[in-house]
Unconditional design. Structure first.
Length: 447
């Protein structure tokens, strides 16, 4: 492949293959992606945490503790089922209309859904309509996040020079764990209220706070330019551009989709097991609710730190080596972590979440955004990366808490959860060994 000629008005370096932004402009790009992802995942993870400790008592109280929790986590899973749909829809527009427009729309959709959740009457007030509306709003959240990740990652990655693509993509993705920290701390702050007040109105305030975050995010995002990759793509003759990108992705790049999906599963399954099922498991066995939420926030901060360091290392030695190392470590630690979650103590949960969510997830999560995006050409990158990543999110983070809950109910013990986790990590590690390394690919070359 040979590099395309630089498009008019699009900054390039001397060799014409790399975008050349000033440090200040690059910081604005990274901050835009980071803030947008933070807000989107604040809303998405806020729901996940509320599903673990609130919604079973507010929207599914008549089902009993165990089945109420199962139904609550099932609605959480619905959001993940919708994420691939969002990846396909917004991937299409991201590849045909531009990355920036998608980022603005997804942010507005997410903020609206979360605010309405905060205003939603309970089942005791309006009957079965309440859980139905809750599920619809969760679907909107899922579709929104399905488009957010691809846009935020590509805006950072396609503006970045090759030597720091992994780091740029990781900073963009770091908004997710930071949003998780903020969501956990907000819900934890109100969880110290007496149970009656917390279940009546306290849990609603963090959802309503979303509207403030969305306003801030929009101000930042509207100031960022379209990526040079898409600007060059837009100047090509219309006949040379894919009309339906997802069709071409699945026809010509299915192998990249499968390998990327398996790689991302290492991250998303760990996230689902640690931050949803793990929280519920610890609280149900007697661990203090506020203490669990606080340690969940600490682990999310560690995930960001480890993720950024892992991404920086991947810019030097490659994405594959770092991700495989994370998979191997997770397989070794799976049984101890799962057993610690069932101790019913805050300190047992703290050690488990720091090792699983902070260390294992951080190692895999840091380089995986750049790895997935580098597997696809510019004209199909939004669609290809999104469908692979969001499908893995559905299978991993979406279904792993449900699978884990079902395994515990069926076996009457937690050890099958560790076996399930190890199998996923081994599959992801094998996929990484098969997939091509993307660190040295020229993502600015012609398709």
């Amino acid at each position: 492949m040979t590099p395309e000629a630089p498009a008019a008005g699009v900054p390039h370096s001397a060799d014409g293959t790399q975008p050349s932004l000033t440090t200040r402009e690059m910081r604005r790009v990274i901050m835009s992606s980071f803030m947008g992802s933070m807000i989107e995942f604040y809303d998405f993870v806020l729901y996940a945490t509320a599903a673990s400790i609130v919604f079973s008592q507010v929207f599914f109280a008549g089902l009993g503790p165990e089945f109420g929790l199962f139904a609550s986590i099932a609605t959480f899973t619905v959001g993940y089922v919708a994420r691939p749909l969002g990846g396909v829809i917004f991937g299409h527009f991201g590849d045909t209309r531009g990355r920036k427009a998608v980022l603005v729309l997804t942010l507005v959709l997410m903020g609206a859904a979360s605010t309405l959740m905060g205003l939603l009457p309970t089942t005791a007030q309006i009957g079965i309509v309440a859980p139905i509306v809750l599920v619809v709003l969760r679907v909107v959240q899922g579709v929104s996040v399905g488009g957010e990740w691809g846009g935020a990652t590509l805006v950072a990655l396609e503006h970045s020079p090759a030597r720091s693509r992994g780091l740029a993509a990781a900073f963009s993705s770091a908004g997710g764990p930071v949003g998780a920290v903020l969501a956990t701390l907000m819900l934890g702050l109100f969880s110290v209220l007496p149970d009656e007040q917390f279940l009546t109105w306290g849990w609603r305030v963090p959802f309503l706070f979303s509207i403030v975050l969305v306003g801030v995010g929009l101000i930042i995002r509207l100031k960022v330019a379209e990526t040079p990759n898409f600007q060059r793509l837009a100047e090509r003759a219309e006949a040379t551009r894919p009309r339906v990108p997802i069709v071409q992705v699945l026809r010509d790049h299915w192998r990249a989709v499968v390998l990327s999906l398996l790689a991302v599963l290492a991250f998303t399954s760990t996230q689902g097991l640690m931050t949803v099922w793990g929280v519920a498991e610890a609280v149900e066995h007697g661990a203090d609710r506020t203490g669990v939420l606080n340690w969940k926030a600490v682990a999310a901060v560690l995930t960001v730190v480890i993720g950024i360091l892992a991404a920086k290392v991947s810019d030097r030695i490659g994405r594959r080596a770092v991700i495989v190392a994370g998979c191997a470590l997770g397989a070794v630690l799976a049984f101890p972590i799962v057993l610690l979650l069932g101790t019913g103590t805050v300190w047992g949960f703290a050690l488990a979440i720091v090792l699983g969510n902070g260390l294992v997830q951080g190692l895999v999560y840091g380089p995986v955004g750049a790895f997935v995006a580098e597997q696809f050409p510019t004209s199909l990158r939004f669609s290809g990366a999104s469908v692979a990543y969001q499908s893995a999110s559905t299978l991993g983070a979406g279904f792993s808490p449900l699978i884990a809950t079902g395994l515990v109910v069926a076996a009457g013990a937690v050890w099958p959860v560790a076996v399930f986790w190890i199998v996923v990590l081994i599959a992801a590690g094998i996929a990484m060994l098969i997939a091509p390394e993307g660190k040295d690919r020229d993502i600015h070359a012609a398709d």
